[in-house]
Design a protein around this ligand. Sequence first.
Ligand code: SF4
Length: 324
Amino acid sequence: MSRAVLTQSSLSTFRACPRLYAYKYEYGLRRQRDDEALRVGSAFALAVEAEGKGLDVQAAIERGNLDAYEMALVAAMFQTHIERWADDPVEHVAAELEVSMPLVNPETGRQSPLWVVGLKIDRIVRLADGRLALREYKTTSRDFAPGSNYWTRLDLDAQLSLYVIGARRAGYDVATIQYDVTRRPRQRPLKATPETERKYVKTTGLLYANQRAADETPEEYAARVAGAMREDPSRYFARVEIARTDQDLEDFQHELWDQAQALSEAKRKERWYRNPSNCVSSTGRACDFLPICKFSNLDTRVPEGYRRVENVHEELEASPKQVG
Ligand code: SF4
């Protein structure tokens, strides 16, 4: 029997809401179109991946299912990100490192017959002081000022512990994590002032300065966004080291094992409990499945506005490096 794949995304989904896990990873359901924040974040990740592999970045952004303005936004974010870190003295050692490793019971050392762990690491870099670091790229709209909760939370983040273990098992003795964050700009494309609201300066016949005769083009929008990002780099970009001790990694392996057991039990019983406290996030974002969560038979039917995917771990490809 082939073993099922466990990823950090699937496990954190299970922790958040077992029913949500079932929708995404048992039934393969997805919304037809992700919301804008996800689309932009995914396209930025595609651009980073293309750059890491020496591929065409613009073509990667175009694969992101974006409209012309969203593509302009991602291109501006990526370009200014490259400029911001152009002088960062690191050596790139590996990019898009995909690893598949056994899930091991930390108490007995035995491998799980049910699960393997899959992960993909954005980059392995060598820092100026010679240490190897695992680099993780993220986009966010949250506050990541120094000392904010954004960074405190990362001290507890399971994904980073898993990635350190994965990198080491793949032969990269990483000493630290370098977390690279880019803020998603809030600027929206400017629209032409409606004819009925236009006001003209009597002496010149021109529109008032705060009004527009035409929509901003995607190129103009990209230039405006890039300008704002260049003007205030510390607001838009951060690269911070996050530590993991041996004790952190050991604790995480127990957590991983225990959570996989809980997931195995839910799978065996086919009981996927709902967690209604996760239906709407603290920022007001509703779960993708809220409109259909009371429906039955979602393992066999696909409601309007949703699709079914074959590869439920879309972040992974077909040929990971097998380790362990
Ligand atoms: S709507 Fe709520 S209960 Fe349903 S899957 Fe989403 S988080 Fe879980």
